[in-house]
Design a protein around this ligand. Structure first.
Ligand SMILES: CCC(=O)NCCS(=O)(=O)O
Length: 365
């Protein structure tokens, strides 16, 4: 790049940055925050999740190879990661389009699509889905967990990773001009690997420059969310504009949850609709039911955290689509909201969790 090309790119970046202040960045461009409406802050519309395949238990091999049909659905719901085809949500764009139309009918406005590099982000598909359905879609910049980092990614310095993330937000990702409106989900394992720490630092540096939202996938240990916050804070990240995902399967003890909540991130319960007996990724965890998730939301509200809470389904396997007998993207709006209201959570508090908190998080500073 010549000096004058460099200066032109720098000026274009400054102009792009300034134009995002006070806006939310969707795959169709910036929108006013008031346009978002009810928002699911952690979903996937197209991805491959083969990185996380879990071999079936001995004796279950036949079920793992069987086609997805009615008689297998219960097995699939209990063993979603042990069936290769189930991990290919990228094959279901037509079904997802139908789902998004139903989501709109149910009162939904926006979906944050958390697929990052490593699990087959597909921005042209996201843009087409937004055009076809009228749902606002916000795409994610950055990298998923270490096992999906390429050798090239692992060799990069924090500065290079920061430049890539900033570019994905300001100019477009994956060789397109489609821009990401949030950094994440940034994947971390437990313990956090060196490569993941570099990506976390890059996310924090990019956030400092852009004033943008960040969302984190923590490792599966109660200490993981706090450790991620520490790494981000040391790198200058804005924790008040950062979401900690998957708390449902990560911090189950209420005392530990309150200790974590004090650190100031958004607290996300995003596995609504997932009811499994044996959680394959961490067998010591008793995955909560939806009723227990609602009880935890009520508890956090009582403790004063209604401005920091977000909810979603994190759909990332086929069996969770209505096409395959699953709950779909409208489960929260159709079933969980009435349950919240019946358990003493007010309409005003529901609106904060589904409209105001997502809007505040997603708006660029
Ligand atoms: C890509 C989807 C994803 O990471 N979902 C989280 C699943 S779990 O770790 O909470 O089981």
């Amino acid at each position: 790049m010549t000096e004058s090309e460099g200066e032109t790119k720098f000026s274009a970046s400054i102009a792009a940055m300034l134009s995002l202040t006070g806006k939310v960045l969707t795959v169709l461009g910036p929108v006013e925050p008031e346009q978002l409406g009810r928002t699911m802050t952690h979903e996937h519309l197209t991805l491959t999740f083969e990185c996380c395949y879990c071999p079936p238990a001995t004796g279950e091999e036949a079920a793992a190879l069987a086609p997805i049909e009615l008689k297998n659905l219960h097995w699939l719901q209990q063993n979603p990661y042990s069936h290769h085809e189930n991990l290919l949500l990228c094959q279901e764009t037509n079904a997802v389009r139908d789902e998004l139309l139903r989501y709109r009918k149910a009162g939904g406005g926006t979906i944050v699509e958390n697929t990052t590099t490593g699990i087959s982000r597909d921005l042209p598909v996201l843009q087409q889905l937004a055009k076809d359905t009228g749902v606002h879609i916000v795409a994610g910049a950055g990298y998923y967990v270490d096992v999906t980092h390429s050798d090239e990614t692992k060799k990069m310095m924090v500065e290079e990773l920061t430049d890539i993330i900033i570019n994905e937000v300001l100019h477009g990702a994956d060789g397109t001009d489609i821009r990401c409106g949030v950094i994440g989900e940034i994947g971390t394992s437990w313990p956090i690997t060196e490569s993941e720490k570099k990506v976390l630092r890059a996310a924090a540096h990019a956030q400092t420059q852009l004033g943008c939202p960040v969302i984190i996938h923590p490792g599966r240990n109660p200490a993981a969310p706090g450790e991620v916050v520490r790494v981000l804070q040391e790198a200058g990240g804005d924790i008040s504009k950062t979401v900690m995902s998957h708390l449902d399967r990560t911090i189950l003890d209420r005392g530990e949850l309150l200790e974590f909540a004090k650190l100031g991130s958004y607290l996300e319960y995003d596995l609504f609709g997932t009811e499994v007996l044996n959680y394959a990724f961490n067998l010591v965890v008793d995955m909560p039911s939806d009723s227990q998730r609602v009880q935890t939301l009520a508890f956090l509200i009582k403790e004063g955290y209604e401005d920091r809470m977000l909810i979603s389904h994190d759909i990332h396997t086929k069996n969770r689509l209505t096409k395959y007998g699953g709950h779909g993207y409208s489960h929260i709006l159709r079933n969980i909201v009435p349950k919240m209201l019946s358990r003493g959570i007010s309409q005003n508090q529901v609106d904060k969790i589904l409209i105001d908190n997502p809007k505040n998080w997603l708006t660029f500073k």
